[in-house]
Design a protein around this ligand. Structure first.
Ligand code: FES
Ligand code: MG
Length: 572
C-alpha cells in the first residue's frame, strides 16, 4: 500500500486518544500484533455461511482461502456474518427477505472499519442481496461465488434441480414410486454447492462475472473443485489491490456493464429472476435500466449453452466445456469493450481467447442452439407495466395462443382445486394465478410455473399457458408469463380476470391481452377490494408498505440509490 494512501479504516484504527484505544484494544483480543493496525487495508469478508442455507454451508472453508489471499497481499481480513437466505427452507419465500438482507449488508459494511469487502454469494438471493447492499455503500468489492454442486447421479441418469419438477409430476400420477422419489433426493444433492443447473444461483454467479464484479471464471467452477479455492485465494489478493486503486463498484458498474450482462444472460438462457435482481442492483448504483432493455438487448441474442432447464447438461459439464469465459468469447463482437472489471481489464480482454472444449455444451455464435433466446417483455391491458417470459424454456407452439382463463384466486385456492376431477380445464385453457406478487404473497413467490392439473398431465400434455404476478424458479420451465405488473394485490387488471375470460398471448408481437371490454373492467374494478393480510407489524409490514412492483426490481422505495461510506459520529 502506498504510504500516502488514505484508508477508510484509519479513521478507526489510526486514531489517537480514547476512541483509537477502544477500536484497537478489543480487536487485540483476537491475537493481532499491533502492526496489523498500521496502514493495512482492512478487508471484510461478508459471509452468508449458514447450515440453514445448505447451498452456502461450505463457505467458512472457502473464506479461509480468501483470507490467505488477503494476508498474502498485505491486507487484514475480518470475516463477518450477514443474514443468509436459502431457497429450500425459508418460507413463505426467500425473496421476501432479499431486501432485509441487503439492508443488513449495507449497514454492516458502512458501520465498520472496512476498506474493501469480499462478498461470499451462493444460493439465489444471497448474490443480489449482497451486491445491492454493497452498491449502496460503494467501497471496493468483489464477489466470490460458492459454485454449483456436482452433477446428481440417479439410477444411471444425470440429474439436477430441474428434475425435481419432473419427478414431482411423475410421482403425482404414479409413474415414479415413493421409494424412488426419496432415493432421488440424496442422489441429486450429493456435494456441497448450489443448484447444478442454470437456475437462479448459477444465473447470479454468471451475472457477477458478466458485470465484471468477480474475477473471470467465477460462475461455473464446481463448489468442491480445488480451483474454486484458487479463485477465492486470488480474489482475496485482488481486493487488496482494488482498495489501493480505489476501484469501487460504481467504477465498474456502468450502464454498458449492465447491457453486457443482459446479453450474456440471454446467451446462457439465464433465469427470469435475473430481471428483478439486475433491475434492483441498477437502481442501487444509480444506472438507468428499463424493463424494455432486457428485451431490446437480450431477445436477439442466440442461445449458446445447452444447460438445463432449457437444455440437457449441468453446470459441471459447463465448467469442463469452458464455462462462462467461452460464452463471452463467442459474444465478444456484440459486447461493449468499455467497462473495466474487478481485475482491471475489460470483459472482452479477459475472455478474448477463452477456449471451448465441447460444442455440445457451448455452441459457437455461428451455430447456436437457438437463434433468439432471451427474455421477452410483453405488454397489454393485463400488464400495462409489463410481464416477462423466458422463451427458451417455453413451448414454441404456445407462444401464440388464445384460450379461456381458469382462475385461481390464491395459491391455496390453486392447491385445493387444481387436481379436482371436476375442474373445467382443457389443454387450451390459460391458468391464471393471482396474489403471488411482491405485496400479495408477500414476497413474489416462485410459483408461476404451476404444476399442471392431474387430468391434463394424464392426457400426456406437459405444458400450458400460465400467467401470474409471481416468479418462476430458475430451475423450472414451461410457457409461463411472469412478473405481471401491476400485481393483482395492487389492483392490477390481473385481479379482475374471471373464469372463462378469453386471453390472447402473442410473444412475437409482445402482447398479453385480456379480451374483456374496458367498460366491463371498470365495472369489475368498482367492486374489487384488496384481500386482507395478517401482517400488522414487523419487517413484513414494512415490506408490504414499501416494496415496489416487479418492473422496478421489487426493492423497497426507500432503498433506491446509496448513502456512501461516510459515518460522521464516533460511538463513544
Ligand atoms: Fe440454493 Fe438452488 S436451492 S441454489
Ligand atoms: Mg430458486
Amino acid at each position: 500500500m502506498s504510504p500516502d494512501k488514505k484508508l477508510r479504516s484509519s479513521d478507526w484504527f489510526g486514531k489517537s486518544g480514547k476512541d483509537g484505544f477502544i477500536y484497537r484494544a478489543w480487536m487485540k483480543n483476537q491475537g493481532f500484533p499491533p502492526d496489523e493496525f498500521e496502514g493495512k487495508p482492512v478487508i471484510g469478508i461478508c459471509n452468508t455461511w449458514s447450515e440453514l442455507t445448505p447451498c452456502n454451508a461450505h463457505f467458512r472453508e472457502l473464506a479461509e482461502s480468501v483470507k490467505r489471499g488477503i494476508w498474502e497481499a498485505g491486507g487484514l481480513p475480518l470475516e463477518f456474518p450477514v443474514m443468509s437466505l436459502g431457497e429450500t427452507l425459508i418460507r413463505p419465500t426467500a425473496m421476501l427477505y432479499r431486501n432485509l438482507a441487503s439492508m443488513d449488508v449495507e449497514e454492516s459494511i458502512r458501520a465498520n472499519p472496512l476498506d474493501g469487502v469480499v462478498l461470499m454469494c451462493g444460493c439465489d438471493k444471497t448474490t443480489p442481496a449482497l451486491v445491492m447492499g454493497a452498491c449502496s455503500v460503494d467501497i471496493p468489492a468483489i464477489v466470490v461465488s460458492g459454485g454449483p454442486m456436482l452433477t446428481g447421479k440417479f439410477r444411471g441418469e444425470d440429474i439436477g434441480t430441474t428434475d425435481v419438477w419432473r419427478f414431482a409430476a411423475e410421482h403425482k400420477v404414479g409413474d415414479l414410486s415413493t421409494e424412488a422419489f426419496r432415493e432421488a433426493e440424496g442422489a441429486m444433492c450429493r456435494s456441497a454447492g448450489h443448484c447444478a443447473v442454470m437456475g437462479t444461483a448459477s444465473t447470479m454467479a454468471s451475472m457477477a462475472e458478466s458485470l465484471g464484479i468477480s474475477l473471470p471464471g467465477n460462475a461455473a467452477i464446481p463448489a468442491v473443485d480445488a480451483r474454486r479455492k484458487v479463485l477465492a485465494h486470488r480474489s482475496g489478493r485482488r481486493i487488496v489491490e482494488m482498495v489501493e486503486k480505489d476501484l469501487t463498484l460504481s467504477e465498474i458498474l456502468s450502464r454498458e456493464a449492465f447491457l453486457n450482462a443482459i446479453k450474456i444472460n440471454a446467451a446462457i438462457g439465464g433465469s427470469t429472476n435475473f430481471i428483478v435482481h439486475l433491475t434492483a442492483i441498477a437502481r442501487r448504483i444509480g444506472v438507468p435500466l428499463a424493463l424494455e432493455d432486457f428485451d431490446t438487448y437480450g431477445s436477439q441474442v442466440p442461445l449458446l449453452v445447452n444447460l438445463k432447464p432449457s437444455g440437457e447438461y449441468h453446470m459441471e459439464d459447463f465448467y469442463y466445456a469452458g464455462g462462462l469465459p467461452a460464452v463471452i468469447c463467442e459474444l465478444q463482437d456484440h459486447l461493449s469493450q468499455e467497462p473495466v472489471t474487478a481485475n482491471g481489464k475489460t470483459l472482452v480482454d479477459n475472455n478474448r481467447d477463452a477456449p471451448c472444449y465441447d460444442r455440445d455444451v457451448i455452441a459457437s455464435i455461428e451455430e447456436p442452439f437457438q437463434r433468439e433466446a432471451g427474455i421477452t417483455v410483453v405488454r397489454g391491458n393485463l400488464c400495462p407495466d409489463g410481464a416477462v417470459i423466458k422463451t427458451s424454456a417455453a413451448s414454441q407452439e404456445l407462444l401464440r395462443h388464445r384460450g379461456p382463463a381458469v382462475v385461481f384466486e390464491t395459491i391455496e385456492d390453486y392447491h385445493a382445486r387444481v387436481d379436482d376431477p371436476e375442474l373445467e380445464v382443457t389443454p387450451d385453457s390459460v391458468l391464471v394465478l393471482k396474489h403471488v406478487g411482491p405485496r400479495g404473497y408477500p414476497g413474489m413467490a416462485e410459483v408461476g410455473n404451476m404444476t399442471l392439473p392431474k387430468k391434463i398431465l394424464r392426457q400426456g400434455v406437459d405444458d400450458m399457458v400460465r400467467i401470474s404476478d409471481g416468479r418462476m424458479s430458475g430451475t423450472a420451465y414451461g410457457t409461463a408469463f411472469l412478473h405481471v405488473s401491476p400485481e393483482s394485490y395492487a389492483g392490477g387488471t390481473l385481479a379482475l380476470v374471471e373464469n372463462g375470460d378469453m386471453i390472447e398471448v402473442d410473444v412475437e408481437n409482445k402482447r398479453l391481452h385480456l379480451e374483456v371490454s374496458e367498460q366491463e373492467l371498470q365495472r369489475r374494478r368498482t367492486q374489487w377490494n384488496p384481500p386482507p393480510h395478517d401482517y400488522e407489524r414487523g419487517y413484513v409490514r414494512l415490506y408490504i408498505d414499501h416494496v415496489q412492483q416487479a418492473h422496478l426490481g421489487a426493492d423497497m422505495d426507500f432503498l433506491a440509490g446509496g448513502s456512501g461510506s461516510a459515518v460522521r459520529r464516533e460511538s463513544h
